[in-house]
Design a protein around this ligand. Structure first.
Ligand SMILES: [Fe+2]
Length: 351
């Protein structure tokens, strides 16, 4: 008996849910005759896939002038990209279309921004709001940076002001520069939906005397410092911690927690991306740090148990907009079964 089908194998009724607005809205359920996440084969772009972000070839690994490599896109402008930058960015970048959330999988990198300096370390989310200029410098180890570009603004949104995140201790704001680099002409790149527009500036565009606002809008928070919310004894839905005003984009911790296995369900409104940062324990068939899993909306799925003894760290990203992997993403990916998120039996490589 595999974990993927244990309900069917024990003769328990196979209950499939349908949920509107993710975990926040109307719900319905039915009893299926068969384990509905199963499929024999699939063709077309709206299929569940998994990949290790370390397997995506990144242009900025060898070319300091390259931008991060996009591996998934959406009609809304949301993009997922990867950076393996090994040399400082020789320009300053301002994204005019999107908020950027950088998740640091490996290595350490310095973000020097309009609103201070902050160092990203493994497991950190680093938030660069729209139109805040920044430049990046790798500091230690081989950098692997998973970037979510959200066309809608993102704000903290937790079930209560305290408990899930200790905002005073764990949300760290960018601080003033201790030793600014020598002033010099530098290019300021404005990144828009269609291209990059380059301004050559006579001085360092990030140079500033002091911050006037109460706090920097640039912050970081480590995944390990976000407490998973659970409903004893069954687990229940996870809770998001970061959201856009109309919930087009939601970030959750999906790290290990007590409770039962998730129900089989169809998510009517959201793409579900779970990124497994690291163990020690596996999450179902996912055990390699840096594994990205994607279940497109409308695809029946269950997912592995989140109740594992030694724990793991993962996050869930939900997007209303439909995602598509790019060529770079497809080439690194495999078809995925949606019981325990292993490689699907029909996957024989290629796309
Ligand atoms: Fe789900």
């Amino acid at each position: 008996m595999t974990e993927a089908k244990e309900g069917a194998a024990t003769g328990a009724p196979i209950i499939e849910g349908w949920s509107r607005d993710g975990f926040l809205g109307e719900r319905a359920g039915l009893v299926r005759a068969h384990y509905s996440p199963d499929y024999i084969s699939v063709r077309g772009p709206h299929a569940p896939r998994r990949l290790n972000i370390g397997d995506v070839a990144c242009a900025d690994a060898t070319d300091p002038l390259a931008l991060p490599t996009v591996f998934a896109t959406a009609a809304s402008g949301l993009r997922l990209s990867l950076s393996r930058r090994c040399a400082p960015m020789p320009f300053v970048l301002r994204n005019v279309e999107a908020e950027e959330v950088h998740f640091i999988q490996d290595g350490e990198m310095e973000f020097r921004t309009d609103y201070g300096v902050i160092v990203g370390t493994p497991g950190d989310f680093v938030h660069i709001p729209r139109c805040v200029a920044y430049t990046v410098r790798p500091l230690k180890g081989a950098v692997l940076d998973f970037i979510v570009e959200s066309p809608v603004n993102l704000y903290f949104d937790t079930p209560s002001p305290a408990g899930m995140i200790h905002f005073g201790n764990h949300v760290l704001r960018a601080g003033p520069e201790v030793a600014p680099p020598a002033d010099a002409p530098l290019e300021l790149w404005l990144k828009s939906f269609d291209d990059v527009t380059v301004f050559t500036k006579a001085h360092d565009p990030l140079a500033a005397h002091r911050l006037l606002a109460a706090q920097s809008p640039v912050w970081k928070l480590n995944l390990a410092h976000i407490q998973p919310v659970t409903y004893w004894p069954h687990g229940g839905p996870p809770s998001h911690f970061l959201a856009s005003p109309n919930n087009e984009v939601l970030f959750y911790t999906l790290s290990a927690r007590p409770g039962g296995r998730p129900p089989i369900h169809v998510n009517a409104d959201y793409e579900e991306i779970v990124h497994y940062f690291r163990g020690p324990d596996p999450w179902g068939k996912v055990s390699e740090p840096g594994t990205f899993t994607w279940v497109p909306k409308g695809v029946p799925h269950q997912g592995p148990s989140e109740n594992v003894e030694r724990g793991y760290l993962a996050f869930l990203l939900e997007t209303r907009t439909t995602l598509r992997l790019t060529k770079a993403g497809l080439e690194a990916s495999q078809l995925m079964e949606t019981g325990t998120y292993g490689r699907h039996a029909s996957d024989h490589g290629g796309v």
